[in-house]
Design a binder for this molecule. Structure first.
Ligand code: FES
Ligand SMILES: [Fe+2]
Length: 357
């Protein structure tokens, strides 16, 4: 019978001995709520705005999980991420994109500069001990790596350390421009836990079984997985005349699959990058933002990065199947294939550390 009692979230450091983390993480309401606060509120998150179109762009950070109303303002060095909540009674400030010069609250007229400083507060002429320092809008960290922006509610890992593997991936396109490609970008919502989607991404073990076409473009015997403190990199090596990554001379690498803890995947191909951002929405449900940036349009559609829609659907099918299976009363919890599943094990170790904190 499956797990009983309070979850322990322990994970053995030895992949050859470890069992999978308590499966209730994927379907139990309380476990999910703990994961949102202990993992997501403390993590770096991709800002889900791929291209700037306005000076003021509101968004919700992890809608359905953190549900934090934020707004991206300003341009260039003056770009900021601010709380989008009025410090008077908590009304939302920007409700749609605009190019206004300030954030104005439509409830009682409070006004803020695009850097979050409160500049007007009608009705408070007689207020004592006012304004308090926190009358200004809370400003969150904002970092940019290549075309990707990151923020977080209360991130604990130093950003440079967390993002170092991503900088390595983007070296492939040094001196080139990664252009966002809206036509091939998509959003999916599926009935599967965010962590199951990540676990599937983190092992190449399933490639020969689930992705027969992709497998023909890779030499699976030379597929390799590299663990970094907060990331896992998998390198696909070609099986013939595929287009190689120039940043990896002599290695025959055709695909660089990077995952950054907890929920971001950045795949480097000769033509550019595809990003999968896996957002928890609720218990056993997640949103997949699939985004592409192209550096070398002439190479799009070639090699292992060619048929990505097919691969995505093949992955989603198995993840949906696992979501149904892990809650079975007769699923005993799994073990890891020691050489082939170091990625999912590393992921579970990182989650275990956060959940036990
Ligand atoms: S809630 Fe914004 S001014 Fe009152
Ligand atoms: Fe896959």
């Amino acid at each position: 019978m499956n797990r009983q009692g309070e979850p322990s979230w322990k994970s053995d450091p030895d992949v050859a001995r470890a069992g999978t983390l308590d499966e209730r993480l994927h379907y139990d309401r309380r476990a999910h709520a703990v994961a949102v606060e202990k993992i997501f509120a403390r993590s770096w998150q991709l800002v889900p705005i791929a291209e700037r179109s306005h000076g003021i762009e509101p968004f919700t950070l992890l809608e359905g999980a953190l549900d934090e109303p934020l707004v991206l303002t300003g341009q260039g060095a003056d770009e900021r991420i601010l709380s989008n909540v009025c410090t008077h009674r908590g009304a939302l400030l920007a409700e749609s994109c605009s190019d206004e010069a300030a954030l104005r609250c439509r409830y009682h007229g409070r006004r803020f500069d695009l850097d979050g400083t409160m500049t007007k507060c009608p009705g408070f002429e007689d207020a004592k001990d006012f304004p308090r320092p926190n009358e200004n809008l809370h400003r969150l960290s904002l970092h940019q790596v290549g075309p990707l922006r990151f923020t977080g509610v209360d991130p604990v890992i130093p950003f440079d350390e967390w993002s170092a593997p991503l900088r390595r991936t983007l070296q492939e396109y040094d001196g080139e421009t990664l252009e966002f490609d809206p036509t091939s970008s998509r959003v999916f919502e599926i009935d599967a836990a965010w962590a199951l989607y990540c676990e599937n991404f983190l092992e190449g073990f399933h490639i020969p079984f689930v992705h027969p076409d992709l497998n023909r473009g890779l030499d699976f015997s030379r597929y390799r997985t590299e663990l970094e403190p907060f990331a896992v990199r998998q390198l696909g090596v070609d099986s013939g005349d595929e287009v190689r990554l120039v940043s990896r001379p002599g290695e025959d690498v055709v695909a660089d699959y990077l995952w950054l803890y907890p929920n971001l995947m950045v795949n480097g191909y000769a033509w550019g990058i595809s990003v999968n951002l896996i957002e928890p929405m609720g218990v056993g449900r997640c949103r997949i933002r699939y985004l592409r940036w192209v550096a070398r349009p002439d190479l799009v559609g070639q090699g292992v990065g060619g048929a990505l829609d097919t691969v995505e659907m093949e992955d989603q099918e198995v993840v949906l199947s696992v979501q149904k299976g892990v809650r079975s009363r007769f699923y005993p919890g799994g073990r890891f294939a020691p050489k082939l599943e170091t990625g999912p094990h590393h992921f579970q170790r990182l989650m275990s550390a956060d959940l036990m904190r």
